[in-house]
Ligand binder design. Structure first.
Ligand code: HPA
Length: 273
């Protein structure tokens, strides 16, 4: 196991010296969802490329910015862009946003992502509250990350995702009259999208949406004791469900189409936590 406090000493000191305030809620904005950051009152923005020891993003749609922002009196830490295993980074690099959120004082984290549909009732443009994660494809990496958890850590991870945070999200969606699907997010390593056979297997095994992020972030944040919830934006039909070929630009285009709905939901969630 890597000692993150030692490895990221300079980065943590940087935030100690430069944060404008102590944030309470962190939000990781997924592919194409980063523009949410422009809709709130931002006090200070850091380019991740200017941060000591921060890995650089290699993907379009991932701006690589960290914002200290406010909305409705709540202090927020927004991550515009994330770090993926399929970019070749190590798991202890991928969870850096979560580690920064923890170190700057966030008690809660909302993880968002773009995902392909697996459940046949889900369609591009739907939002799905994650009620469980399937990380079977990265079990070894997750163990490398948190070690063999002791009783205390295991108990912390029992409420995963946070049932009280999820309830607040369901109420927020009702208040905004936004239909919120619920389901299981299935991690696949990528970097390519799944094959039709893989999507079919995922469905048979209980998956509702497929994506290449979030599970390790969510495991790590609950391990650290942060209340953790996550929402997927269904950006495309999973492979084989429709005849369309999948591409990253379709993912960002659909995410753009749901921007207004996503923004309303996330703002209502912020107000309610
Ligand atoms: N599969 C995996 N990851 C994704 C997809 C998908 O279909 N869409 C957006 N991220």
């Amino acid at each position: 196991m890597i000692d993150l406090n030692f490895k990221y000493k300079d980065l943590i000191n940087f935030f100690k010296d430069n944060s404008p305030f102590k944030p309470e809620l962190a939000i990781i904005l997924g592919s194409g969802l980063g523009e949410f950051a422009e809709s709130v009152n931002t006090k200070k923005t850091f380019l991740t490329s200017s941060l000591p020891g921060y890995p650089s993003s290699t993907i379009e749609g991932h701006a690589g910015k960290i914002h200290f922002s406010e909305y409705d009196g709540k202090k927020l830490l927004l991550f515009q862009g994330r770090i993926h295993l399929y970019e070749g980074y190590k798991i202890y690099e991928c969870i850096l946003p979560v580690f920064i959120a923890y170190k700057t004082g966030c008690k809660k984290i909302l993880i968002t992502n773009a995902a392909g549909s697996v459940n046949l009732n889900f369609h591009p443009g739907d939002l799905m509250l994650i009620n469980s994660f399937n990380g079977i494809n990265i079990k070894k990496e997750l163990t490398n990350l948190i070690g063999l958890a002791g009783v205390e850590e295991k108990n912390r991870i029992l409420d995963f995702p946070s049932s009280s945070f999820n309830k607040k999200i369901i109420v927020a969606a009702l208040q905004e009259k936004i239909e919120l699907k619920e389901g299981v997010y299935w991690y696949s390593k990528g970097p390519s999208y799944e094959t039709p056979a893989e999507i079919k297997m995922t469905r048979l095994c209980g998956g509702d949406a497929a994506g290449m992020s979030s599970v390790h972030e969510a495991v790590f944040s609950s391990y650290l004791g942060m209340e953790t919830s996550a929402i997927s934006c269904i950006t495309n039909y999973g492979a084989g469900i429709s005849n369309a070929k999948l591409s990253h630009s379709d993912v960002t285009e659909t995410a753009n189409l749901v921007r207004e709905k996503f923004e309303r939901l996330v703002k209502r969630i912020i107000s309610s936590v």
